[in-house]
Design a binder for this molecule. Structure first.
Ligand code: SF4
Length: 426
């Protein structure tokens, strides 16, 4: 069921009499199951909509609107598809008790994979979902493959029913769908010959597989350490050797590396990152692949730095993963702006020191790191650490964090967004 949450004032929807709480039932006789049906079936400029008013009364709308004019309806958030797997490395199991309820939901939703680039396993798809993916051309999708061998994959996902993902990708690929894929690396399970086999199987599918990333498994203090562990330095080096062999082949045969190690894999291996050009369009940067080189590139290409920053002391808050790499990123920024940058590498006090990403930093840890820093004129914080409601992972509001600190705060994805004048001040 889909329901209207908001109606934009003076919009076509407002003129037609839509109100919050209106249920949208069918378009041209086709039942509406979720936001995807609504978006695709309401894309025409003329259609017949069956709805139900909040009073329960059915209403039929014969909608005709000027070409491209939005109706101005915002829908209630969709019900998230729940995951059918029980991975030992699941991030939900790695959450401490007491976080907000949404953080305990195991989602595995191909619709959000298409919309937001979330990785999905495709293990909970029904025949109807497969048809929708093709009909609505939900491409590219982001898929967690982990292992091409169905037995290994089922073991990793703790799901004996998981279908053969290579077959799934091949079948959807033959119908025009494209994929970015990832392998979350678990030492002793899907590395070594298994990783070789997985990369070979994905490469063998040809054009539908746009990229594959290999990412070391991330665990927190609360994860199931008795059954899963993070790869050590030599295991990361060995995995990178497999990745680089696959990439060299792809580069020679197809003209792009296709297979990438996550930045974290290079860090754990103690090896330098490839140059920015290696990553092409940085398609998997949100997955931590080429994220450092992306930042450097954005800074190098940016224009319009403000004059007023010269001489300002700026603290850049990040997780411990980026702590060692940030100085090389900030060197370009200091040159461009004349400001004095300092990396403030913050240990994760909520999940434990093994969680090194900036996006999971709790507000309490950031506050502790900054509260006595009245020498700073500005602090740049990782924008991925707050959600759409501007809450950090420990539910501290961004505004509350800012209120208790002695410097101006700005939440930034790549520095350019706030320092070049387009960002949001906390
Ligand atoms: S696929 Fe695995 S890691 Fe992802 S939500 Fe499901 S159980 Fe958790």
């Amino acid at each position: 069921m889909i329901r209207v949450q908001q109606v934009a004032p003076r919009s076509v929807g407002a003129e037609l009499g839509f109100v919050p709480g209106t249920e949208l039932i069918a378009i041209n006789g086709r039942a509406l199951e979720d936001f995807l049906d609504w978006e695709y079936l309401s894309a025409d400029d003329r259609f017949l909509l069956l709805a139900r008013a909040p009073s329960g009364e059915p209403v039929e709308y014969d909608i005709e609107r000027p070409e491209g004019m939005p109706l101005g309806l915002t829908l209630e958030p969709p019900r998230i598809r729940r995951c059918a797997n029980h991975c030992d490395f699941c991030f939900v199991d790695g959450n401490p008790a007491g976080l907000r309820s949404g953080l305990y939901i195991r989602d595995d939703d191909y619709r959000l994979s298409f919309r937001y680039g979330h990785f999905a396993t495709l293990t909970n798809l029904k025949p109807r979902d497969l048809e929708r993916i093709v009909e609505y051309r939900l491409s590219p999708l982001y898929v967690s493959v982990h292992a091409a061998d169905p037995v290994v994959r089922r073991w990793l996902l703790r799901n004996p029913e998981a279908p053969d993902v290579v077959e799934q990708l091949g079948a959807l690929g033959a119908r025009g769908i494209r994929f970015h894929t990832q392998v979350v690396l678990m030492p002793g399970v899907n590395d070594g010959p298994q990783l070789d086999r997985t990369l070979a199987a994905l490469y063998g599918l040809g054009a539908p597989i746009l990229s594959v990333s290999v990412v070391p498994v991330a665990l927190t203090e609360f994860s199931k350490h008795h059954v899963v562990r993070q790869p050590g330095r030599d295991e990361c080096r060995a995995a990178l050797a497999v990745v680089e062999r696959a990439a060299a082949r792809a580069l020679g045969e197809r003209g792009d590396p296709w297979c990438y190690g996550a930045d974290e894999l290079y860090l754990r291996a103690g090896q330098g990152l490839p140059p920015a050009a290696w990553y092409g369009d940085f398609e998997q940067r949100e997955n931590g692949v080429g994220a450092v080189r992306y930042l450097e590139t954005r800074i190098a290409e940016a224009e319009g730095w403000p004059d007023g920053l010269s001489g300002t002391r700026v603290g850049v808050v990040t997780g411990t993963a980026m702590g060692s790499l940030m100085p090389q990123v900030l060197a370009g920024l200091a040159q461009a702006t004349g400001a004095i940058f300092e990396t403030i590498s913050v240990e994760n006090s909520l999940f434990g020191p093994s969680v090194t990403t900036a996006g999971l930093l709790p507000g309490a840890a950031i506050r502790r790191a900054l509260v006595e820093r009245d020498d700073l004129g500005l602090a740049l914080l990782p924008a991925e650490a707050i959600n759409d409601d501007r809450l950090l992972i420990d539910s501290m509001a961004a505004g509350d964090l800012a209120a208790g600190l002695p410097m101006e705060l700005r939440w930034s994805h790549d520095f350019v967004d706030v320092l070049a004048g387009q960002g949001v001040t906390a």
